[in-house]
Design a protein. Structure first.
Length: 314
């Protein structure tokens, strides 16, 4: 009897990733009944149920064990293939990354362009994702790397780059809080029209943690899932928001926006990290990508400009 049939394991992985047999079948381009038969046959061969079937399927303990084996095996195969590709000077390969919108401008400008020019045979897959989703994509081996802002500690993930990027208050030039004594209190900020990013992001989760510690709450005038919308809210003079300094560095230099430090330790200690799955080896292409971002991406080449300026003061 042959265990661990590759196609059945691929189907199992897809069902878990997409939440149902029907959605997995649609994504794979197969008939749902054919997919179901493959999984039933695998369960019969293993003499163990792998899925709890319902409105959203879930893995049994046996299913978790089998899926972990499949994903580890697939990761090992990619790592071996990447080492073979390294012998060909990275002439072929792929790097899959999950990234939040707040990093996109920094990534797309020069770092990604230069990396692709340096390694014309490599392909990059970029998936936009909030903090929670990006971490899950790494755990599920759907991406090699995730660029995260303010992630919680997770034993399943390992950090390759870790930089301090405080979450500041972003205000229009000429705003009352632009000239107020720093650091600004959370209570003082509550007196002004405020926009917040949605709760799936590291920025919003940090704000909620700071408010919880201060026994405060905010009622934002606007909530959005877009960093660009937040920027325009502030630039238009409609109010203020929270954002890392680097996300609005161009606007700061042109004089339309001012970044102010906030009196909340959880915001001052915020970090930007590049992470991968702790138990899976990185491909050579992914290692080269991390090395490149460490040199060329502002969020990961150094701590926030305000912190670097403070260190240079006598």
């Amino acid at each position: 009897m042959t265990l661990f049939k590759p196609r059945a394991l691929e189907y199992l992985d897809a069902v878990v990733c997409h939440g149902s047999l029907r959605r997995a079948a649609a994504r794979l381009g197969v008939n749902p009944s054919a997919l179901s038969r493959q999984l039933r046959a695998l369960e019969e061969e293993l003499d163990a149920p792998l899925l709890v079937r319902g409105s959203r399927v879930a893995l049994t303990p046996a299913g978790e064990l089998i899926l972990r084996h499949y994903r580890d095996q697939r990761a090992a195969e990619r790592a071996t293939l990447s080492r073979l590709q390294a012998l060909q000077n990275l002439e072929r390969g792929e790097v899959r990354i999950a990234v939040g919108e707040g990093f996109i401008a920094d990534l797309i400008s020069a770092p990604l362009q230069n990396f692709l020019a340096t390694y014309p045979g490599l392909e990059i897959e970029v998936r936009m994702a909030g903090l929670t989703e990006a971490m899950q994509l790494v755990r599920e081996d759907a991406v090699d790397l995730a660029l995260l802002y303010a992630p919680p500690d997770d034993p399943q993930l390992v950090s390759h780059i870790d930089r301090r990027q405080p979450l500041d208050l972003i205000v229009p030039a000429g705003h009352a809080l632009a000239e107020a004594p720093a650091p600004l209190s959370l209570a003082a900020i509550a007196e002004h029209p405020l926009a917040l990013i949605d709760s799936h992001t590291g920025m919003r989760q940090l704000v909620e943690m700071a408010l919880y510690e201060a026994h405060l709450s905010y009622r934002p005038r606007m909530t959005t899932n877009s960093v660009s919308v937040l920027k325009n809210f502030v630039r238009s003079g409609l109010g203020v928001t929270f954002m890392p300094e680097l996300s609005v560095l161009e606007e700061i230099h042109e004089g339309s926006i001012v970044a102010r430090e906030v009196d909340a330790s959880v915001l001052r200690q915020a970090r930007a990290r590049i992470v991968s799955q702790a138990e899976r080896p990185l491909t050579v292409a992914a290692q080269a990508f991390i090395k490149h971002l460490r040199r060329s991406m502002r969020f990961f080449s150094a701590d926030a400009p305000r912190l670097l300026d403070a260190r240079m003061l006598p």
